[in-house]
Design a binder for this molecule. Structure first.
Ligand code: GTP
Ligand code: MG
Length: 414
């Protein structure tokens, strides 16, 4: 049974949020028996819903023969305990549900550890209520760990495990970090695919690069970053990284635990924000994504919006999408529509790589040297016979303009 609270006037209605909770529950393998949305000024600090309503839920749970109540917010440890007591069945919150889905979908060594870390961080303050329900009600959603492992319920052992996981994640991150640094050294620009879960990020990566990443009509199918090379129409190349999708009320413990994965986004030269054009409120999903981007420190990175699933929209729908996303490209990762134009746009927005070049500028052309200084491009200069010998860091277009002064071609970077 799904339970949501409508408080004040949030942009996303409680009904929509609970409908999404239902899709999350479905992804976790649960069937929704009933839904209840309660209007209240603010959540009850002790029982979230208020005692009377919680008792009503108890009756409804019995009537529809449900075994779990899923609440559409993160509950405090006390709320969780009290609600469970009144409802007489297992209660989990939105956070536990999302963590459960992540646990089921984690494949890589790093992903599994990140999820377990997030689960344990969530579990630690809630141990009492949880431990009781674990022994009383057995397993099921909210109690499953990554793979077949059961999540630990002993406080002291959890703390030890958390410390160990942090170290292991750091180690695993180091490998990926080395690859990334190699790219930085060779100055291949990077593009991060971000977007709401199920927006079509992996489909678009596959369309762009033939990556062969798993695509599924379920939430959070991608947890591990995949990076592929993409040749741009102007002859340059970039790397595109597909990574974990976002959702409203994305649990903090997850953002924390997935920091190393999200680094791929933070370090990107350009963000390709994939929006599901077929969603009810694509603009609100985009806003939720930007909120997370802000949280992880990626708000300042340049962004291109790709409004995806255009094949599902009719003329009126497309017009609406163009209105909602004025600068966006309307595309379909499925049919390939608009993708060429999108790549052109990416090429235009990806910073041109800079190269080191040696120049010999005759003394008569002091203006050239001055302009190089003004651009902050000069690495070193030396007065020699025939002019100023300048080592400069230049973009390709600057290099072309200065071709006449070039002595040692673009130096290979070490
Ligand atoms: N009709 C249509 N469906 C699409 C399009 N792009 C993706 N899909 C479908 O949308 C679903 C999700 O696609 P994915 O590429 O897995 O989405 P994602 O953003 O990677 O999702 P997560 O990794 O789960 O966050 C799949 O069923 C895709 O087939 C599109 O352009 N048109
Ligand atoms: Mg994906």
């Amino acid at each position: 049974m799904l339970v949501g609270l409508a408080v004040g006037s949030g942009e996303v209605t409680a009904e929509e949020s609970v409908a999404e909770l239902g899709r999350l529950a479905g992804t976790a393998g649960a069937a929704v028996a009933a839904t209840l949305v309660q209007r209240r000024e603010k959540p009850d600090p002790a029982t979230f819903l208020g005692r009377g309503k919680a008792e009503e839920v108890r009756g409804a749970v019995k009537a529809c023969d449900a075994d779990t109540v899923v609440v559409d917010e993160e509950l405090s440890p006390a709320q969780l305990r009290n609600l469970e007591e009144i409802c007489g069945c297992k209660v989990i919150d939105r956070t536990a549900l999302i963590l459960d889905i992540f646990a089921q979908h984690a494949h890589s060594a790093e992903g599994k550890r990140q999820v377990e870390l997030a689960q344990l961080a969530y579990l630690l303050p809630r141990l009492r209520g949880w431990g009781e329900s674990l022994s009383r009600l057995g397993g099921g959603i909210g109690t499953r760990g990554p793979g077949e492992t059961k999540i630990e319920v002993d406080r002291r052992r959890i703390r030890k495990r958390i410390a160990k996981l942090r170290i292991e994640i750091k180690d695993l991150e180091r490998t990926r970090g080395a690859k990334r640094r190699a790219r930085v050294r060779s100055r291949v620009p990077s593009v991060a695919l971000v977007g709401y879960t199920n927006a079509g990020k992996s489909t678009l990566l596959n369309r762009l690069t033939g990556a062969g990443v798993e695509v599924e009509d379920r939430l959070f199918s991608t947890l591990d970053p995949t990076t592929r090379r993409l040749e741009l129409p102007d002859g340059r190349a970039c790397v595109v990284t597909d990574t974990v999708g976002f959702v409203r009320k994305l649990p903090h413990t997850l953002v924390e635990a997935f920091k190393s994965t999200l680094e791929e986004v933070v370090r990107a030269d350009l963000i390709l924000h994939v929006v599901d054009g077929s969603a009810e409120e694509p603009d609100l999903q985009a806003a939720a994504v930007r909120e997370v981007l802000g949280e992880i420190g990626a708000a300042e990175i340049g962004e291109i919006v790709a409004v995806n699933k255009a094949d599902l929209a009719d003329a009126a729908g497309r017009a609406r999408l163009r209105r909602l996303f004025p600068g966006g490209s309307v595309v379909s990762g499925l049919t390939g529509e608009g993708v060429d134009r999108l790549v052109e746009e990416m090429a235009g927005r990806i910073p041109r790589p800079e190269v080191e070049a040696g120049l010999l500028v005759p003394y008569a052309r002091g203006d050239v040297v001055a302009s190089l200084h003004a651009a902050g491009a000069v690495l070193s200069e030396e007065y020699v016979t025939g002019g100023v010998r300048v080592l400069a860091r230049l973009r390709e277009d600057q290099l072309a303009r200065l071709a006449a002064f070039l002595v040692a071609g673009p130096a290979e970077e070490s």
